[in-house]
Write a protein that binds this ligand. Sequence first.
Ligand SMILES: Cc1cc2nc3c(=O)[nH]c(=O)nc-3n(C[C@H](O)[C@H](O)[C@H](O)COP(=O)(O)OP(=O)(O)OC[C@H]3O[C@@H](n4cnc5c(N)ncnc54)[C@H](O)[C@@H]3O)c2cc1C
Ligand code: FES
Length: 1260
Amino acid sequence: MPSLPHSDELIFFVNGRKVIRLTGTKYSRGGGGCGACTVMVSRYNSTTKAIHHYPATACLVPICSLYGAAVTTVEGVGSIKTRIHPVQERLAKCHGTQCGFCSPGMVMSIYTLLRNHPEPTPEQITKALGGNLCRCTGYRPIVESGKTFCVESTVCELKGSGKCCMDQEDGSLVNRWEKMCTKLYDEDEFQPLDPSQSKQGERITWITPATLNDLLELKANFPKAPLIMGNTELGPSIKFKNEFHPVFISPLGLPELHFVNTTDDGVTIGAGYSLAQLNDALHCIVSEQPKEKTETHRALLKHLRTLAGAQIRNMPAPSFHHTSHLSLIPLNGPFLERSPEADLKSEEIVSSVYIPYSTQWHFVFGLRMAQRQENAFAIVNAGMSVKFEDDTNTIKELQMFYGSVGPTTVSASQTCKQLIGRQWDDQMLSDACRWVLDEIYIPPAAEGGMVEYRQTLIISLLFKFYLKDPQKFPNIPEKFVSALEDFPIETPPRNSDCVDPHQPLQDPVGHPVMHQSAIKHTTGEAVYTDDMPCIDQELFLAPITSTRAHAKIISTDISEALALPGVVDVITAEDVPGDNNYQGEIFYAQNEVICVGQVVGTVAADTYAHAREAAKKVKITYEDIEPRIITIEQALEHNSFLFDEKKIEQGNVEQAFKYVDPIIEGEVHVEGQEHFYMETSSILALPKEEDKEMVLHLGTQYPTHVQEYVAAALNVPRNRIACRMKRTGGAFGGKVAKPAVLGAVSAVAANKTGRPIRFILERGDDMLITAGRHPLLGKYKIGFMNNGVIKAADVEYYVNGGCTPDESEMVVEFIVLKSENAYYIPNFRCRGRACKTNLPSNTAFRGFGFPQGTVVVEAYITAVASQCNLPPEEVKEINMYKRISKTAFKQTFNPEPSRRCWKECLEKSSFYAGKLAAEEFNKKNYWKKRGLAIVPMKFSIGIPTAYYNQVAALVHIYLDGSVLVIHGGCELRQGLYTKMIQVASHELNIPQSHIHLSETSTVTVPNGVLTSESMGTDINGKAVQNACQTLMARLHPIIRKNRKGKWEDWIAKAFEESISLSVTGYFRGYQTNMDWEKGEGNAYPYYVYGAACSEVEVDCLTGAHELLRTDIFMDAAFSINPALDIGQIEGAFIQGIGFYTIEELKYSPEGVLYSRSPDDYKIPTITEIPEEFYVTLVRSQNPVAIYSSKGLGEAGMFWGSSVLFAIYDAVAAAPKTFVLSSPAAPEMIRMTCVDQFTDMIREIPRDDPSTFTPWSIRVS
Ligand SMILES: Cc1cc2nc3c(=O)[nH]c(=O)nc-3n(C[C@H](O)[C@H](O)[C@H](O)COP(=O)(O)OP(=O)(O)OC[C@H]3O[C@@H](n4cnc5c(N)ncnc54)[C@H](O)[C@@H]3O)c2cc1C
Ligand code: FES
């Protein structure tokens, strides 16, 4: 079995370019945590005599473990070349794909579920998708597509009305896609589901024993060889931690490990069972046995429901409960803590797990608290068990174990011992809390940080356990009951909005046309950069990155790396023929490094594995340089900035402060965010033999920028560099500036070696090198009247820009210009600066600073409300713009849609009734609190520099009547190409099937601008429209003469008359400007308005929260494609929820980013969607933009802040210490709610901060 030069995981064999090249199984480089590589594994079960199908993440499945199994990839499910499967069709038609990178994995998860359960329940759908991440859609349409397979399909509100125009019979698939529908999709059109459809290496030895005895013998012969079961623990260790094992023993197929044995005392389950099989077995037992006997089984079931995702649960064995082959090992402290006396001997293996029944006075409790509800490692988990003397509340036996509070599971055995014989009462609880805190010590610099929070959880979970005793609490006080209730994992319902029924059916504009690549996304046939076939002589590139934040490079030794097999070259700064430092961006570090993660060199080798191995062998010695600046605070101390201050001001702020009632001052910290696009940065650089030409295929939002940087690095004119971009698996701003630098890095390697270079970043490298959203510190001083009217505001913003300029200047400009949001403050001053630090350079991210900056605005409005003793929504309404006005930088605008959205949102969400109900709930519940918040929005579109809004398009008509459209915009996921087809179809008055868009390239459209700022459709649409209108003007005389003729006839005639059928369309751009000297300008072409409200429930004991409902009212003016626009809003909202509530980047004080994988950085999963979720597109006029539409790509991010402020509203209902910051992650929520447990923690004497270095620090 090979380990090097290739990989031994299934993903390599199916999508390894050199083996069977099935590229549908996507490799998102996430170590099993993202689900993009999900495949279906099928095995024959000799006991049940049936084939068992289960989903698995191909990146963790060793190929050898599949002996005797069948693997189905997305290609085996359906294809556009043969027949697509209903799962693929419905996912596409329900608009469940955007960038499409996650889509094959989604298809495989649903498909596998249907193979086992042809008519699943909605809960099964949600459960099946729990291990699949999607960064684009917001999950709702994906779940909805799955729910169309449920018996009671609830997805279509118009079902049975017979009004759908898609209900026509036949036609080819292509034609049917073109039919128009007033719903977002029509499930009556879906194909029915047919349930019967089926369709000793280089360095490592893999041994599969045939019997249990063989296994034990092998274990004795190879004592260090791991038993490989699910490989979900070994796999990531081998992959990411350089673990190496020359021998693996795979006992997975042994029948002796696959059994369930029930006796009078308990149940024994074979160690070969997967967690999913264990789950099924436990369910069976629980349903058959009396409740009192199954306390342990039910506690385990509860734990299993949220552990990992469906794929991972189907792979691993229940290795957390063990008995050996010969002797029984009790599940006790020494065993769990891995103490040597409990170690398995080399000849022993775990053969089964025995779970005894509980008795009448025995109670078992399991609880875990994680950053998100499902598929996340626990922050703290606990297993507790108490036996009482019969019919009393005297403790007879007690066990308490905690996980994630140290390197192994920890038993609070001393505490338990001391409590034997005690009454289960409040005094016992109080003693238990103090003793357990003494016994379980978490050092102040403990790995994982969150020390006080974890200590608080230790006793908060103990309190939950305490409440469980029905002796002491036969009737728990009603106020406390909710403390015991877990948040349910709900299946989200259908979103409410539909299409305007008055829109003419024949006009594609205004209709929910499916994403042009949707079917290809779901069949896995959409080609991304890394899917491109390997090219002769191709080399793989691996980066060598700096391990110091600010240091001199003393020496670099590449000899060991060069000596490794397959290594062709090591590339460094010396190899850059042109500029190595272009516009402040450094391609290869030279002499000095300025952040951890800076590219110091690259290794080019015949395989990625060789390149990566060699990169690790490059030895660099450093000498640290002072100062090392990591945080904004440190930057302010050192006066370290990237650019001059940006400022706007209106009125007389100083004067106004003299005449207000109170003045408040405050600070708000907003942490950064990782883009976490599913397709990591990917580049294919192809040097040409002649004229120093080079072609780059890559995922970028700005091909011109890449061309510019590559030309500068290679010192060639730009006309020698072609950048081609077909699609990318998500970008969100992360592919605006970074691909230019990475493109230059790859191009230098291609130039030096003279060979094609494939540079695909691992997830960890991508997260480290490309950085993300700017962390922000906002400082405010607000003067207001006692009635809530704000008279004066002086606000300062500082962002952590990192080590190079990147897009930081633009981000600061946008923060300052957008800083008033929807509020009019007559005396207003706002200043912003980008701090220069030794972190990787932060960059553009959806909303360009608006999502961070507006947290500060909403925070001070909330603070004013609190001071005035008024509800925040009232203070917001008082201060909102009400009539045609000028912004603080003197641009005139009409806020009427903003008022309308606000009013409708309040009314239709029943906001005030909701508030009353929440107040009632809060009175009745001590440990759970509900909160609501509504936020208004005024979001500007575009860039204040006119020439950044210009763009060209090319439209060719061929003699068969088919049309090719090319423009400067990039298809990132947002459906830009789909909308351009709609525009061309509308303008040329031909069916969409006549129109094709192939790719975006600097060869066809030169000097294109970035696809960003929600401007893609606006500007490219105008250019396409311009080209089509010119063509129609040329065709007009021919059409007039032959009105009954067909499109093809007119084209033929035009050719005969020598009329050119190729046109360049152009849009000069909106005439925007901004004079920063004066602080005035016509900065933006128009604004998008809206309002959103959310309701949450928080668990004050753990810090978890549940999003109960969200209503979004978005001013879309006229939506060109409501399905795509709603998809943008929902997707941005869910990304916003991640930003404002769970996504946390962790940095060491030395500037090392710890969170570099889906394991340590949690983006929302399906369980984060609101239980009730309504998005309404509000109509208005926008004559400036094409078809009176509005750009909606970014604004929705901000709606996530309605959840942040709803959490604060809920927390405000609990006793609290209140300092607003973002994200409102579980730690922040828990530590904000003050109670006897947090008091107890704060009384613990703390180590002197000068005696230790904290594990992580805040960089905002
Ligand atoms: C994406 C992802 C998400 C996860 N999420 C969670 C989560 O939310 N919560 C959580 O608690 N865990 C989570 N995990 C961890 C997961 O539960 C463990 O990886 C799993 O339990 C390990 O089981 P396995 O069969 O895959 O072990 P393997 O990786 O196959 O083996 C692990 C070790 O156990 C030993 N071993 C295995 N079987 C036996 C046996 N029968 N006798 C003796 N030794 C044996 C092996 O020698 C090896 O050293 C997650 C893992 C991944 C990859
Ligand atoms: S469509 Fe799911 S990640 Fe892009």
